[in-house]
Write a protein that binds this ligand. Structure first.
Ligand SMILES: [Zn+2]
Length: 194
C-alpha cells in the first residue's frame, strides 16, 4: 500500500478515501491535489468522464482542469492523473500512451512538486499529436508573478513567460506554499473544509 512521508516526518496511507469540498476522493493523495488546485485557484473537475481506449481498456482520469493549458500549446483543458508510486505509474504506462484523445494528459507521481527548477521529478505529459502521442517531462505548475495565471510548464527558467499577460519570471514561492499547505492540510473527520 502506498504511503506518503510528510514534511513533519509522519506517514499517511495515500489510498484512503477522503472527503474534501463535498467530494469523495478515492484517495487521500487525490484530495491533497484538490487542496493544491484550490489554493492556486485552478478550477478542476474530479473524475468527470471515463474513456474506452483503442486497446479496449477503460481509463478514468482523476482530474480535468478546464482552464489550464500545457505551455502555450492549444486551447486550455488538461487531464491530470495522480499516482501514488512509480510502480503504479509504470503499471498504467501503456494506458497513458494509448490515451491520445483531443486533450493532453499529465501524470504526476506523489504530491504536487514544489517549484524547484531542476530538483524535482515533475510530471510527464502525454500530448496528442497528428499520428499518435508525444511524451515529455518533467512538467511543473507555473504561476505568473503579475496576474497569477497558471499553466503547466517545463522547469527551465527561459520558458517562464505568462500566456496571458506576457510577464517573464515565475512566482515560485506561491507554488511552493501551495504544495506545502496541501501536504499539511488537516482533513477533519474525513470531511475537510477549506
Ligand atoms: Zn500573467
Amino acid at each position: 500500500m502506498a504511503r506518503l512521508i510528510k514534511t513533519d516526518g509522519t506517514e499517511e496511507i495515500v489510498s484512503l478515501p477522503t472527503y474534501y469540498n463535498e467530494i469523495r476522493f478515492l484517495s487521500r493523495l487525490e484530495a491533497r491535489w484538490a487542496v493544491f488546485f484550490d489554493i492556486l485557484r485552478i478550477q478542476y473537475h474530479y473524475e468527470p468522464e471515463g474513456f474506452k481506449l483503442k486497446s479496449g481498456e477503460c481509463f478514468l482520469p482523476d482530474f480535468f482542469l478546464p482552464n489550464t493549458s500545457i505551455r502555450s500549446c492549444g486551447p486550455p483543458g488538461t487531464y491530470v492523473e495522480v499516482k501514488g508510486s512509480n510502480e503504479e505509474y509504470h503499471k498504467k504506462y501503456s494506458i497513458f500512451w494509448d490515451f491520445g484523445l483531443e486533450k493532453p494528459l499529465v501524470v504526476f507521481v506523489g504530491m504536487p512538486p514544489p517549484f524547484d527548477d531542476w530538483h524535482n521529478p515533475g510530471g510527464t505529459q502525454f500530448l496528442p499529436v497528428k499520428d499518435g502521442c508525444w511524451e515529455d517531462h518533467p512538467m511543473i505548475f507555473y504561476v505568473c508573478p503579475k496576474c497569477k495565471a497558471t499553466k503547466i510548464e517545463f522547469p527551465e527558467g527561459h520558458y517562464f513567460e505568462c500566456n496571458l499577460c506576457g510577464t517573464r519570471g515565475a512566482d515560485a514561492d506561491r507554488v511552493a506554499d501551495a504544495a506545502n499547505r496541501a501536504l499539511k492540510y488537516q482533513f477533519v473527520f474525513g470531511r475537510g473544509t477549506k
